[in-house]
Design a protein around this ligand. Structure first.
Ligand code: PEP
Ligand code: MG
Length: 589
């Protein structure tokens, strides 16, 4: 438990043992839990290990123990209610977390069980410890990351209760303009440190799904968690640079580290100013229709830009960029690490990873064939089902990175139902294999498909039993519908995604999807055309996934429009005979 007197100077000598996360002379690495950068002096919070006597209490003291326990519960509920009152207008996330904590403390089963132990002669402290141990033992053994993190949160509630019983007081004012470094932080700590103006958070434990991380993101506080041994590596007063984007902490930075930090901060500041307030506002039309706006990313580092620009999710990860950058098909471990980085940086947003869409048009290195017509050749799922070894490795890596349940998997270039069904069979087989090896993954990993061939759009209704979502790839759909190579400049005037035929196929896909309640996104370039947003939304598309830099403008369009007008626009424009007519109506030159 944190206490003013525990915020003490500590020797930085670390008995020679340097954390495995230690990268260089002065940089330690953890999980990037909340984006942003900070530079300031450390405030190291050390936990006090209190030994609680296990002797049974005198029967005459039982009523007194009851009172102590009940008063501690009441104090903590009041503390949470008080925080709830202070933050309720700031963040729904924070409110929900505090409400969950109040529910835990009001749980009659938990309260009765503790009271029974006190009646049996245990001290209030020991009864609390025993009961919480009982409640968390099952969670701690769970293979589910999120459940294990719930156990950490229950432990935090327990620690706070015990702290109240021991009259421990934390002087949060010491966090002003400091980087708080701790073993673990509770929601109360976060809320109170935020109020006094803490600069950043670094913690030894906690995962990206922990309340600590969620709160840090809600408060826009840079945070790095899971930094092994940081409380031993740093002493109060040390200078630290916290890079919440990359999960790095620079201890005692030198002149060039500080210069680099200021440079990055300036860039971040300018960028945020440019985007203004729009990134924080919801993507809702004037008549209340939510249009999900997501980002397409190619590499883990792109996630940061996507979040700064207000992406609600990562709607498309073109995983083949990993292959192209390496010039070979990476191992399962390397892939799992790459997917995991993207998923962690984006959490709690979802990330839709598309299976390698390689073919000789995108990647010829190492592919033992030459195709005269690669766009119509062995690409996407066709290639993957021919090279099941490569597909299998990718599926396993994606499953391994999915334990936090924010990954979706998408199959590219589908034109036949059997391709989707064979992919699903392979995914199921990989799940069984991972289960046998006790490897964690999301058992309900959503699997969807790109709609980018005319066949898949026309037969969308035939796929709805097998998929969890559709994402329309208008880049390829346009080239296949109009028989115009997307990379041949001689036919750029023919290759036009505003062709009414494309509108009809989008409409068909949406209609099939709606019958089965399946969400539809558009992730091709047309989605990034601000003027087309109304048309796509009017056609019934739920989500637009675009380059991050386009998101603010797109959101502005959504917020200035009405859904009812969008439907009318779509109804009108689908009657058009040519791209020119459509574009003229949308004022696109
Ligand atoms: C598309 O075809 O629209 C798409 C998003 O995929 P890619 O551009 O990678 O082929
Ligand atoms: Mg495509």
């Amino acid at each position: 438990m944190i206490k003013e007197k525990n915020i003490k100077e500590k020797n930085t000598e670390t008995s020679g043992s340097i954390s495995h996360a230690y990268l260089g002379n002065n940089v330690v690495r953890g999980i990037p839990s909340s984006g942003g950068m900070a530079f300031g002096k450390a405030l190291v919070l050390h936990r006090e290990d209190v030994v609680i006597p296990t002797d049974r209490i005198n029967p005459a003291d039982i009523p007194k123990e009851f009172k102590r326990f009940e008063s501690a519960i009441k104090t903590l509920i009041n503390e949470f209610n008080d925080l709830l009152e202070r933050v309720k207008n700031e963040s729904a996330n924070v409110g929900a977390i505090l409400e969950t904590n109040i529910l835990v403390l009001s749980d009659p089963i938990l309260l009765d069980s503790i009271k029974t132990m006190i009646e049996d002669g245990l001290s209030a402290e020991n009864s609390i410890i025993n009961e919480f141990a009982k409640q968390t033992s099952f969670l701690k053994k769970s293979k589910d990351t999120i459940l294990r993190e719930r156990a950490v949160e229950l432990d935090q509630i327990k620690e706070r209760l015990l702290g109240i019983m021991r009259n421990q007081v934390t002087d949060y004012s010491l966090g002003k303009h400091a980087v708080v470094v701790a073993h673990v932080l509770t929601p109360t700590d976060l809320v109170k440190f935020k109020k006094v103006g803490v600069l950043a958070i670094v913690a030894e434990i906690g995962g990206i799904t922990s309340h600590c991380s969620i709160l840090a993101r809600s408060f826009e506080l840079p945070a790095v968690i899971g930094v092994h041994n940081i409380c031993d590596l740093v002493k109060t007063g040390d200078s630290l640079i916290v890079d919440g984007y990359n999960g790095e902490v620079v201890i005692a930075p030198d002149k060039s580290d500080i210069e680099q930090y200021h440079l990055l901060r300036e860039r971040e500041y300018d960028h945020k100013k440019e985007l203004g307030e729009i990134v924080k506002l919801p993507s809702v039309t004037l008549d209340g229709k939510h249009v999900k706006l997501s980002a397409n990313v190619d590499f883990p580092k792109d996630v940061e830009t996507a979040i700064i620009n207000g992406a609600e999710a990562i709607g498309l990860v073109r995983s083949e960029h990993l292959v192209i950058s390496k010039q070979f098909f990476p191992s399962e471990d390397l892939q799992a690490e790459w997917y995991n980085q993207i998923a962690q940086r984006a959490y709690p947003r979802t990330v839709t990873i598309r299976a390698f869409d390689v073919g000789s048009d995108k990647f010829s290195e190492g592919l033992p064939y030459h195709e005269d017509n690669p766009a119509l050749g062995l690409r996407g799922i066709r290639f993957l089902l021919k090279r099941k070894d490569i597909f299998n490795t990718q599926i396993r890596a994606i499953l391994r990175a999915s334990a936090n349940k924010n990954i979706k998997f998408m199959i590219p270039m589908v034109s036949r139902v059997c391709e989707m069904q064979n992919s699903l069979k392979m995914i199921e087989k990989c799940k069984r294999d991972l289960e046998k090896s006790d490897i964690l993954f999301d058992k309900n990993l959503p699997v969807g498909m790109m709609v980018e061939t005319p066949a898949s759009a026309i037969l969308a209704h035939s796929f709805t039993d097998d998929v969890d979502f559709f994402s329309i790839g208008t880049n390829d759909l346009t080239q296949y519908v109009l028989a115009a190579d997307r990379s041949n400049e001689l036919v750029t005037s023919v290759y036009d995604s505003f062709h009414p035929a494309i509108m009809h196929l989008i409409k068909m896909t949406v209609e099939a999807a709606k019958k089965k309640d399946i969400p539809v996104s558009v992730c091709g370039e047309i989605a990034g055309h601000a003027a087309a947003a109304g048309l796509l939304v009017g056609l019934g598309v739920d989500e637009l996934s675009v380059s991050a830099s386009i998101l603010p403008e797109l959101k502005m369009r959504v917020r200035e429009s009405t859904y009812s007008d969008a439907v009318k626009i779509a109804d009108n424009l689908i009657q058009c005979q040519s791209c020119e007519e459509v574009k003229q109506a949308l004022s696109i030159t």
